[in-house]
Each structure stands twice: as C-alpha cells, then as structure tokens.
Design a protein around this ligand. Structure first.
Ligand code: SF4
Ligand code: MG
Length: 319
C-alpha cells in the first residue's frame, strides 16, 4: 500500500547524494490467496524492486506491506525470518543465486535449518523428495550447481523456495535467463506446482507473452508506477492504458488474418532519476493531452476490478 523505494544516487569524490532514483513510486495492489498475479514492464520499471520489497529483502522508503492482514512493514529481523517461511522468492538468475561451493544437498537443507524444520535424517529425506517434485532425482543432491544445465539449476532454485512449504512465492523473472527452448518447460512446472500446492505467485516478467498463460490477473508497470491492473482476459481483450496497448501490439498474433497494427513508441524510456512530470508516460504516449504533462493520473478503478492510471478515463475532470 503506497509502496515507495527511492535509491540515493551519489557522486563526486565525497560520494555525496546528488539525486535519487524513484524505483518504486507509490504502488498499491493486492495479491489474492491462490492466484497468480503477473507483473510486467520493461527493465528498470521497478517490478523486481517491488517484489523484493514485499519480502523486505529491500526496505521500502515509504508505504506498508501486509501479509494475511498483518502489517509486516516494521517487523524486526527475527519476526521477518519467521514470516519468510511463508514468503519465498525464486530469483532470475539460477547461476548467480546458487552458491557454487555448496552441494545441492546443502543448498536445499539450508532453509530447513534456518526454520528449524526436521532432524538431519528428515531433512535428507525432504531434499530427496523435493528434487523429485521439481523433476530431478535424489541422486542429484550430491552434485554441485555447475554440474547442471540452466533449466536444471532453476529447478533447484524452485525446490529451494518450495521446500519450506510457503504460501506466497515471488517469482522474479524465473525464465528470462533461460534458453527459449526450455522456458516453457519451467513455466509448465511452475504452473503445475502452483495448482498442486495451492501456491500464490507474484510472477514478474518483462514480457506479456510470458505471463499470459500463467496469470489470473496482470499488473503493468512503467517507470516505478503501476499503470494498469486487471484480470488476464480483460487485459488482453480490453486494454485501457496506452502503454499496455503498445505492449500488446508487439506480441505477434498467431492468427495471420487478424492483422493488428503495431504501435511503435517514440523515444526511449526516460531515466527513473529524472522522470517526466505529470503522467510519467507522457513523453511517449500517442494519446498525450495537455494536462498529462502537469497532473499525475490517479490509479483508479474504471470498471469492476479494472484499475488504470490515465487521464483518458477521468470522469470528473473537464478536458
Ligand atoms: Fe497518455 Fe495522458 Fe494517459 Fe498518460 S495520462 S497515458 S500521457 S493519455
Ligand atoms: Mg528485474
């Protein structure tokens, strides 16, 4: 609720603060139990930072995080550690996120030890089981990360998140570092696991085509802000925000008769350390109006559970 994360930018020989990057700038949303909420946006839009802030792996500058109705924003380290049994994360890069000096056995037992789960024997058994759940085998426990392919390593990353039996998993671009040929294998696995264990995912991706299949609802971020949030079908069939429309127009259509027009955006994504005034998208928006440059649009519910931040949908402002 009202989540913000500003990073200081320092410079000069004394490393003084010379500015700040508004990586996440007043973002509010809910994730419902048992759903997959996809979050998409270009790199640097603040989606990963948002995900990590929910787990307090990054401390928010402002705003609140609730889990099961409990405000966890100010929980101390010990309290937060206990919460993380229910809130896990799968990282983007399965190469960087697994300690290369540890065998899989150790990597996967660590969360169990942290949370005081099981005896040594029971932990061994759990590691074996979870490896099978993610499509590997018990024998893989005695190997090192470098002995696996990228896809297998991400399976280990998934197993590590899953082994403590969490409720929510923040999936931070879990397939974008993988070969295209194995992305769908990992996506299918994650989808199966979500159903089998009744998991809740916050599923972050930079590409709408990745989240299309797996998400119940989708949120679109641009320059640290949530610009649209709605159900999967509503987003694809009736996108409201001009930015969402441009993202959707970039997805190739499987039906060649359905000629859709590709919306090409002018210019680059502006720097988050110096975001445009008013609507942050106004420098690239095909529908820009005068007021967009001055007034930041509210994130408001336009239809039932369909939220958008765009002046095109203001009802109370004369244009
Ligand atoms: Fe475009 Fe204005 Fe809507 Fe921003 S508020 S997306 S600039 S029309
Ligand atoms: Mg990222």
């Amino acid at each position: 609720k009202g989540l913000k994360k500003y990073f200081d930018v320092t410079g000069g020989i004394f490393s003084r603060k010379i500015g700040e990057v508004k990586a996440v700038d007043d973002v509010s949303f809910e994730v419902y139990e048992g759903e997959v909420l996809g979050i998409v946006g270009e790199s640097g839009c603040g989606k990963s930072t948002t995900g990590k802030t929910l787990l307090r792996l990054i401390e928010p500058t402002d705003g609140q995080v609730f889990f099961n109705g409990e405000d966890i924003t100010n929980l101390d380290e010990d309290g937060m550690r206990k919460k993380r049994r229910d809130m896990q994360i799968i990282f983007q890069d399965p190469y960087a996120s697994l300690n290369p000096r540890h065998k899989v056995e150790k990597i996967l037992s660590e969360p169990l030890i942290v949370h005081g789960i099981g005896t040594k024997e029971e932990r061994k058994e759990k590691v074996k089981k979870i490896l099978e759940v993610v499509g590997l085998s018990g024998e893989h426990a005695s190997r090192y990360p470098h002995q696996f392919s990228g896809g297998q390593r991400q399976r280990i990353g998934i197993a590590r998140a899953l082994i403590v039996n969490p409720k929510l998993i923040v999936c931070d671009e879990p397939v974008s570092a993988l070969d295209v040929s194995i992305q769908s294998q990992i996506l299918n696995l994650m989808e199966d696991l979500q159903e089998e264990f009744g998991l809740t995912y916050l599923f972050i991706a930079h590409d709408l085509s990745v989240v299309k299949h797996i998400s119940d609802r989708i949120g679109v971020m641009y320059l640290g802000r949530m610009v649209e949030l709605t159900g999967n079908e509503a987003l694809y069939d009736n996108p409201l925000h001009p930015y969402t429309k441009s993202l959707l127009s970039a997805i190739p259509d499987p039906d060649p008769d359905m000629k859709k027009e590709r919306i090409i955006l002018e210019g680059d994504v502006p720097s988050p350390s110096n975001p445009p005034s008013g609507c942050a998208f106004h420098t690239r928006c095909p529908d820009v109006m005068d007021m967009c440059k001055a007034v930041r649009p509210e994130f408001q519910e336009v239809h039932d559970k369909h939220f958008v931040a765009c002046h095109l949908y203001d009802t109370d402002v004369p244009r």
